[in-house]
Design a protein around this ligand. Structure first.
Ligand code: ATP
Length: 201
């Protein structure tokens, strides 16, 4: 590739998808860790075979696909199981992300969406780490209003992630998503202009 490689991260409900959708509309190549994490364990993949080997066939639904809620319950209850799960899925996601990034056309602006960047890789070797930042209370309100989550669930998920400060510590660029969408879009426009300057040979 060799254009620009950036990471977009942020807490749950911070607005990562909103930002990557805006960047995609402008022409960025989006490599989304959440999407890839589902692809690498689809039926027939070595990833799913490795999970069945580690956790037993009870993690499969009747149709042979991964029973995600069941696996999530196992991993949530037991730190060892969680480590084993991550040990299988994370390397597969990294390898596939690398493949897609390297396969992007020359001069591309590639955006890797990595929700858990602060928890896992740290800064990595990105040209720019972009953090979508919002007060956790606002994220809770949005997750309840738009995603139908219970307030308790939203708070539990936020508490299980890196803190706002830990995330800001790895940021080169902070996008403030505490106001309306127009406010966010203005910042994304500015970011895009900067990325285009950087991508020019
Ligand atoms: P997740 O971590 O769950 O994947 P995310 O970080 O990708 O979430 P989004 O899906 O972009 O976040 O945003 C969370 C919710 O808040 C969505 O329903 C989105 O439409 C809404 N939202 C995002 N930004 C704003 C904003 N500035 N004002 C109001 N609602 C917003």
């Amino acid at each position: 590739m060799r254009g620009v490689l950036i990471a977009v991260t942020g807490g749950i409900g911070s607005g990562k998808t909103t930002v990557t959708d805006l960047l995609e509309a402008k022409g960025a190549v989006i490599v989304d860790a959440d999407v890839i994490a589902r692809e690498v364990v689809e039926p027939g993949t070595p990833g799913l075979a490795a999970l069945v080997e580690a956790f037993g066939p009870e993690i499969l639904a009747a149709d042979g696909a991964l029973d995600r809620p069941r696996l999530a319950a196992i991993a949530f209850a037991d730190p060892d199981a969680r480590a084993r799960l991550n040990g299988i899925v994370h390397p597969l996601v990294r390898a596939r992300s690398k493949e897609l990034t390297e396969g992007a056309p020359p001069g591309s602006i590639v955006v890797q969406a990595i929700p858990l960047l602060a928890e896992t890789a740290g800064r990595g070797n990105f040209d720019l780490v972009v953090v979508v930042d919002v007060d956790p209370e606002v994220a809770v309100q949005r997750l309840v209003a738009w995603r139908g989550m219970t307030e308790e669930d939203a708070r539990a998920r936020i508490a299980a992630q890196a803190s706002r400060e830990e995330r800001l510590a790895i940021a080169d660029v902070v996008l403030d998503n505490s106001a309306d969408r127009a406010h966010l879009e203005t910042q994304v426009d500015r970011l895009w202009a900067d990325l285009q300057r950087r991508a020019r040979p």
